[in-house]
Design a protein around this ligand. Structure first.
Ligand SMILES: *[C@@H]1O[C@H](CO)[C@@H](O)[C@H](O)[C@H]1NC(C)=O
Length: 470
């Protein structure tokens, strides 16, 4: 009898021992599982559609906004860029050579990707506003010094903290909810705001040549509707936006596409070049307030600039460093229509704003922003809407293959032409492993740091870094 009672005791004791260690182990692996779960979106798919033309030689991948396909993850859910503007990547195959090149893409910009981070746009990500703090522009307000241009926000000033305001293209946000929001009540364009309600988008048409979507948001007596048509026809991609003022007050806002350009995943370096429709040879070409503010370095440190009568070329001369930030604000040029051509990876990308060309919509300013991860020409336009009024405008892109050696530049892409030999996957695995180890280490460091100096654990990225005032 005693043995029969003892054995179970021992077993249960041992069981509880091993359960304890199993529990410990489980805890550890749960930690890893949750870590993997948070990192998974890195590699996991985001809701998207692909447009295709030229017999499949040209493909344009568009990330869909929130709730279009409710079961899928959304690429961008943050408070800065228009959620309908995430035209993620363009893949162009040269029919003659068979070489494939990737324009835009996410490899170089704010990785690992965080859907909730305001800066984490991609491709043609566009913003309503001037890309600066403040609900209204009050200083250096565009080429014409126009006052009362909103930074893409409606109903900000008459909202109390905790009450909603609108950011056009984003939806209803809560005033005061951002990490860098402080007692000045200032609008922080680049700090994550909480949503008052999640934005709703509807896709009307989706085929291999067009995706058409719409969203509207209202707060008090403010409101807007935003409709987007993204159309691929041959080698021309046209992104048309229609904005309607649903409120009872007129407003003006700037709008620009950030053009998060790199190609084949290559960080910005020699071989990238840009042609801007800005008149050269006229004295002062641009200003660099960021250099004075000392977060930026002069453009000429990294690029050769050539001025012609009707255009200006910017040839990147050497690789940008990891912490290099460059922002040039071009001085007013009445002749500029905000067009440009980007060259890289034996591909060119011509961007035009037809509504500016035919004088229907005025320019607001023209900036150029560079980091290692992006070569961003940013023509900005000025929209003005009376109550009930709609306005539409198009960004038109022409994608072309270029011959090697054009302009005598060491063109990017020769040695890195994408081949699907699977080696990429190995690198992806290695990268994922490195990122995981890095994440574990940084978690430890973070815990230790916050334990040590009680800095309430704010991460560097929680601070609004002026830099991407692009
Ligand atoms: C795009 O969506 C498809 C599913 O429709 C998915 O397989 C793919 O991984 C997605 N692409 C990206 C880059 O998220």
């Amino acid at each position: 009898m005693t043995t029969t009672t003892r054995i179970p005791t021992i077993i249960s004791y041992q069981m509880s021992l091993s359960l304890a260690s199993f529990y410990k182990y489980l805890n550890g692996s749960l930690f890893f599982l949750s870590l993997i779960a948070t990192l998974l979106p890195l590699a996991s798919p985001y809701s998207n559609v692909t447009l295709s033309s030229l017999g499949g030689n040209l493909e344009v991948m568009v990330y869909l906004p929130h709730a279009v396909k409710p079961s899928e993850a959304t690429y961008y859910m943050a408070s800065r860029f228009d959620h309908g503007s995430m035209i993620g990547s363009i893949t162009s195959k040269n029919e003659k050579t068979g070489a494939k090149h990737l324009l835009f893409g996410s490899k170089n910009w704010r990785q690992p990707h965080n859907s909730g981070w305001p800066e984490s746009g991609i491709g043609l990500a566009s913003e309503f506003g001037v890309g600066d703090d403040g609900p209204l522009c009050q200083y250096r307000c565009g080429w014409d010094g126009v006052n009362d241009v909103t930074n893409g926000v409606l109903g900000y000033e008459d909202a109390k903290n905790g009450e909603p305001f609108l950011k056009i293209g984003v939806g209803a946000l809560i005033k005061g909810s951002c990490p860098s929001c402080d007692s000045t009540d200032n609008y922080r364009f680049n700090s994550p705001y909480e949503f008052a309600e999640l934005p709703q988008w509807k896709v009307f048409t989706s085929s291999s040549s067009i995706v058409s979507m719409e969203h509207e948001a209202r707060v008090r007596n403010y409101g807007y509707r935003l409709h987007k048509d993204i159309v691929l026809d041959g080698n021309v991609l046209a992104v048309t936006s229609v904005l309607t003022n649903l409120g009872d007050t007129a407003f003006s806002t700037a709008w620009y596409s950030h053009n998060f350009f790199t190609c084949d995943g290559i960080p910005v370096r020699d071989g990238y070049s840009l042609d801007m429709d800005i008149q050269g040879d006229k004295g002062k070409l641009y200003e660099e307030p960021g250099v004075i503010g000392s977060w930026a370095v002069p453009l000429r440190t990294f690029a050769n600039i050539r001025e012609f009568k009707d255009h200006v070329t910017v040839d990147v001369a050497r690789p940008l460093n990891g912490d290099t930030r460059i922002k040039a604000e071009f001085v007013k040029d009445d002749a500029s229509k905000g067009a440009f051509t980007l060259h890289g990876c034996t591909t060119s990308l011509r961007s035009e704003l037809p509504d500016v060309i035919n004088n229907r919509i005025p320019m607001y300013a023209y900036n150029l922003y560079l980091e290692k991860g992006t070569f961003s020409p940013e023509p900005q336009i000025l929209l003005h809407l009376q109550p009930g009024q709609s306005t539409s405008w198009t960004q038109r892109l022409v994608i072309e293959n270029e011959d090697e050696g054009i302009k005598g530049l060491p063109l990017l892409g020769k040695s890195v032409a994408r081949t699907d030999d699977g080696s990429e996957n190995v690198w992806k695995l290695i990268a994922a492993a490195v990122i995981m180890v890095g994440a574990v280490l940084s978690l430890h460091v973070r815990q230790r740091v916050s334990a040590r100096d009680n800095d309430n654990g704010r991460r560097r990225e929680d601070y609004s870094t002026v830099p991407d005032v692009a």
